[in-house]
Design a protein around this ligand. Sequence first.
Ligand code: PLP
Length: 488
Amino acid sequence: MRSHLLNGLTAEHYRSSVTEGVERVAAKLATTDRPFTGVTVDALAPRIDTIDLDRPLGDTAAVLDELEDVYLKDAVYFHHPRYLAHLNCPVVIPAVLGEAVLSAVNSSLDTWDQSAGGTLIERKLIDWTARRIGLGPAADGVFTSGGTQSNLQALLLAREEAKPGRAGWEEGDSLAKLRIFTSEVSHFSVQKAAKLLGLSADSVVSVPVDHDKRLRTVALARELERCARDGLVPMAVVATAGTTDFGSIDPLPEIAELCAQYDTWLHVDAAYGCGLLASLKYRDRIAGIDRADSVTVDYHKSFFQPVSSSALLVRDAATLRHATYHAEYLNPRRMVRERIPNQVDKSLQTTRRFDALKLWLTLRVMGADGIGQLFDEVCDLAQEGFRLLAADPRYDVVVEPSLSTLVFRYIPAAVTDPAEIDRANLYARKALFASGDAVVAGTKADGRHYLKFTLLNPETTAADIAAVLDLIAGHAEQYLGESLDRAS
Ligand SMILES: *Cc1c(COP(=O)(O)O)cnc(C)c1O
């Protein structure tokens, strides 16, 4: 059994074992002709159920054969040009290499004595990102597991900063007075964070959006005004730079003005739109992000990194102290005086992956421009897709994309009942998934069911989009035809 431990004696076994796995995946990538097989839960579950975890196969090749059957064969492949569903990207090869290296060395980024160079690499990438955002000389941050955790930590800092000493806060006040303002289409992790932070059930004030799904600053001003009048404390405004559903970018400069006026923390959730930080063409779309107090970036969305790779950036490094706890066994206070860099002092996590290595290798091989170019390509593709949809009488499309998302709905001329159109669109999405020909997402807009393309694959073409629109129309037509038959 010792032969399975990774060490100097097993280096050769490590090499052959990992190579075998890489060969299988490479073969799969080369031969995948659809993003999905359409396998059902009922078909897949028994194959996994029958495996007895207490009877190991021992042999790597046999296990990989088994894995082929229970996972690789039917996985959903994001690298396929007709995977158009969620905010998942195809990944760049330098990052995958980083993944292999970081898990083999297995550094843990909580303390210097577990990660040495890793800590400095992470810090340099944080500085690099903060500079791209324009957060100023006192900026800092830390890698996180994802946008959800970044948003939670940002709001923890905002909560602590909003308490004693701030305007409106008096001795004896409770967390119940704190309010967070965010648009009605911001990410649900804001609600979850408010709950985890012990805020009241009505702490998150939902601000309406305009026709382009951007937060209405007039409405925000009104809500901030009302908050002050009611003797409540505006803890934070969460602006979204790239909403998950529409890719819409809130008007950051105007929101920053209001935050300054009301002395309120500005958090910019750029989980999706952060790719613009590397863009060669569209950087100006997130102008104003430099005025944030904190920013969420998900490299695993628009920097083409494998899950997970994300960060929280802050304007003022000192605010990260709200996440600090000194444990004698790990990061005692004296280490701060000795200037030993322990990243756990800034993180909600303790043991933590060296995800930064993936971005490091990506930047060292491709450069930021390489990433920005890929993201620009998918933004351009979204524009082309928008033109296709807008010119296609079969479809209604919601907003012109600021990033790479298209929300649309099949609207047959002959059907007027919106509920029936809802059902046709829902059916089309399901039928398409079951066919495996393409994968698209769905959401609601103005109370109705819509379909969604999230374009993050530069290999996807306008022809792919046109072909998938035909497939969707075909499935929807079939549903409506059968529905007519049922009725008659
Ligand atoms: C995806 C997303 C999140 C959540 O990020 P995870 O990495 O999935 O935890 C938060 N905000 C926005 C706008 C997102 O698109």
